[in-house]
Design a protein around this ligand. Sequence first.
Ligand code: FES
Length: 574
Amino acid sequence: MTKKTPEQLRSHRWYGAKDLRAFGHRSRTAQMGFERGDYAGKPVIAVVNTWSDINPCHSHFRVRAEEVKRGIWQAGGFPVELPAMSLSEPFQKPTTMMYRNLLALETEELLRSHPIDGAVLMGGCDKTTPALIMGALSMGLPFIFMPAGPMLRGHFRGQTLGSGSDTWKYWDKLRTGEIDEPTWMEVEEGIARTPGHCMTMGTASTMTSAAEALGLTLPGAASIPAADSAHARMATQTGRRIVDMVWEDLTPARILSADAFDNAVTTVLALGGSTNSIIHLVAMARRAGIDLTAERFDALAQRTPVIADLRPAGRFLMEDFFCAGGLRALLARIAHLLVLDTPTVSGHTLGENIAGADVFNDEVIRPLDNPLVERDGIAVLRGSLAPDGAVIKPPAAQAHLLRHTGPALVFNDYNDMAVRVDDPDLPVTADTVLVLRNAGPQGGPGMPEWGQLPIPKKLLAQGVKDMVRISDARMSGTSYGACVLHVAPESWIGGPLALVRDGDLICLDVPARRLDLLVDEGELARRKAEWKAPEPRYARGYGALFEGHITQANEGCDFDFLEGTAPTEDPEIH
Ligand code: FES
């Protein structure tokens, strides 16, 4: 392998030239306390840090950034920390999904506009992983993704609590009077005990694991709990490795391929991962110029067993998964379903990265002959109600609902649902199909995680625990139920979901991969002619940019002008 020379470094154009501009760059670097020997001829590494005071999942990132920098110094690089938007899942409204593409854009432009040769991307809270990777893919410089790591288990009265899943569980108990306010407060204070992202197999754990399977993290990195000292060591190793990657010119274009994305999808399926990963991986693949569709998830799901017994589908949490051997052990167990010669940031193939990995607990990472779910962890539906597709996670639903026909009860938007769902006079039975519209990429806006529509209180009191629910929203990876999600095209732009009326029969047939509105075509054409497109919500600002350019769920919800592989030219340095 030919190594880059110092003169070939991108940063050389800022620091190495004999001109007035380079004098400015060097004198301003001196102003920060560095002398020429600190950076001259060395790879400049961006440490893109999504720390903020309002993102609990990344609260350890100030310290971790220093550990990454230590590795960069050790390997002969020059670290430059660049703060980026934090995308705090628990706090940002209407949803962090609205801002995923903004962080992607910020990441790309941070790398482009500064004298950067390579990057460590620090993320983990749900949307940060795809956002950072999408931006860095478009920029095309060598990078390593450094996952935040999951938080430790939650505790409450001797029981283990899992992020998200137990929130919904105890919220329903509070609504039905099974627990009181002080008990609810104990859950509140026990469910998130340490730094790190959600420790169920929600979107965060799904996406960091997918990043590892793609070959974009150091081996084993995604499973290490944030609070474990191994996480700090991994941070330093990441810093060391990125410097070598710059010399090797190991760009993402040399790592990613259709096979690498198949590995990521297979990994998500074997983990029982979040449906959100479909949208994110489709968007990431399109940035890399690779044609990945939701149907590929369905095809791979038909041969992939769910072997991670992790909540919400299973019993355990990420801390247990780490102790059971972590992702390397899981990948070793499904090695026959992976393409093992795909390159990774470690400089080794995926197969080499997982060689010798053992499972230490067969309850957490189950044997292939005793999986949690044999196949079909995710199913992609099409039909008259979802011409461009919809998604369901069959293992999260009660089995009898996977083939179900029932009358629709339509909520026009989230507020309509919030006001009416617990009305004792709501005309609803366990057979009703709840429909929520205007919750898609444009309608939400930002496709919020409203897809797990609450079971009406009146049915909860009758002991109903699940029912068919359909929306153009997403669902938190920590949620469960017979929820059909990502219906495309969405109702806001006139998709068939906009035409459903109370009492219409809807047929869900997961084995046949169908979702149909049983209303004749003439009647639907009449309704479509009467339908009026909503007025745009935003007259200015980011919202207007978002509304004008967001693509549909089946296309990854990227901005149309950000897709593609060709990097924009670097600015000329004069
Ligand atoms: Fe950050 Fe769940 S809130 S990952």
